[in-house]
Write a protein that binds this ligand. Structure first.
Ligand code: 13P
Ligand code: MG
Ligand code: MG
Length: 381
């Protein structure tokens, strides 16, 4: 078996929530190179999306492996130390617990992992995509994944015999703390039930998708931990990572990315408390846009049967995405023009900065009740 683990965390940014420093990224690369040398992992890549560092690791130890998760944790600890030395903003932001018990899930970082047999006869070659998003929550992937895996409108490949039978979605209740509260729904039959849940991107997120024709084959994994569910208060945004296997019995990369030209509105952005469109951006882009315009990057790789990564392709680093980036700016402009009013900001229970709620609480105390004067009864003539 081979396992791909993508583990992502924000442990500090230069001059605000922009991007990690070069030294932090170099330290992460050094640690993962050393892990290859001692045989713990077979290959790796290190990228950043906004202020989040993503560690992509290939290994043979399965999902939720304590050694792999502890490796990721120690890399983030090292990067935090550098961020502290450099006085970067939010140093160690996503490391919410002192030391995780062999698993970073529930401790702050986001993890997406898929294990598979690299010699399965239904997969002639292994092709993967890693989506990393900053300034939004895991529900940001609800719209693009629902559209690709339930509707030929965005993915004509669903009409082919290898995919016609559909997929099994695992959806998680992200408001539930502690153990995972999940539901499995098969599509196409239950795509409406799925929509009923996924419309609420703040509560329900897609955790996994499996093939129904080859039930052991997982095609999607998304990090679905919400930091405020873990910490009980604002601790930055959840900034998810999604792992997808593509081609052959799964949708093709060109189908998988098709919903992203919508630049759909997502929850998050500045202070984790607004709606803004999700802009596809090249990998290693700093966040510098108005109200932290959220971004998503996508890297494509091939993986050999012995766990080596090819060079990568930076999917959104291409002129074809310029029009979408412009559209995202226009959509951002439109919603920001209405400032804080109505859908421009998140509903009060979703405002990530609890300080907003404190301000509201102060005003609540100043409300008082004025009794209405009793209505005068006027008998009819
Ligand atoms: P991050 O979660 O990416 O650190 O963003 C925090 C924020 O509130 C930016 O406005
Ligand atoms: Mg940050
Ligand atoms: Mg971030």
């Amino acid at each position: 078996m081979l396992t791909i683990s993508a583990i992502k965390a924000d442990v500090g940014g230069i001059g605000g929530h922009t991007r990690p420093s070069t030294r932090m990224l170099q330290a992460a690369r050094d640690a993962l190179r050393e892990a290859v040398q001692r045989g713990l992992i077979t290959d790796y890549d290190v990228t950043h999306t906004g202020d989040d560092i993503c560690l992509l690791m290939v290994h043979g130890h399965g999902n939720d492996n304590p050694e792999i998760h502890e490796l990721a944790w120690s890399v983030f600890k090292t990067a935090t130390k550098i961020a502290q030395e450099q006085a970067l903003y939010g140093a160690g932001q996503d490391l919410l617990k002192d030391a995780p018990s062999g698993n970073v899930r529930g401790a702050g970082p986001g993890a997406a992992e898929i294990s598979f047999d690299p010699n399965a006869k239904e997969r002639r070659a292994e092709t993967i995509m890693v989506f990393t998003a900053d300034k939004c929550g895991p529900g940001a992937f609800n719209f693009p994944l629902w559209t690709v895996f339930t509707s030929p409108l965005f993915c004509a490949g669903l009409m082919m015999p290898s995919m016609k039978v559909g997929f099994r979605f695992t959806v998680i209740d992200m408001e539930h703390a502690g153990a995972d509260r999940i539901i499995e729904l098969d599509v196409p039959e239950h795509h409406i039930d799925l929509a009923i849940l996924l419309r609420d991107e703040n509560r329900f997120g897609i955790k996994a998708i499996h093939s129904r024709k080859h039930p052991h084959q997982q095609v999607v994994s998304v990090s679905t931990d919400r930091l405020h569910t873990i910490a009980g208060e604002y601790k930055g945004k959840d900034d998810p990572v999604a792992l997808l296997r593509t081609q052959n019995i799964f949708p093709a990369p060109e189908e998988v990315v098709s919903p992203y030209f919508t630049a759909h509105y997502v929850a998050g952005d500045a202070r984790g408390s607004h709606h803004m469109p999700l802009m596809p951006a090249p990998i290693n882009t700093a966040i510098t846009g108005v109200y932290c315009l959220p971004i998503v990057a996508c890297m494509a790789y091939s993986v050999t049967a012995d766990g080596k990564l090819s060079e990568s392709v930076d999917v959104f680093d291409n002129p074809v995405w310029e029009a979408t980036r412009l559209k995202a700016q226009h959509k951002a402009d439109e919603i920001r023009r209405q400032g804080f009013v109505g859908p421009a900001m998140l509903p009060v229970q979703e405002l990530e900065y609890s300080a907003f709620r404190d301000s509201l609480a102060e005003l609540e105390e100043r409300f008082h009740i004025v009794e209405r004067a009793a209505a005068q009864y006027q008998p009819a003539d």
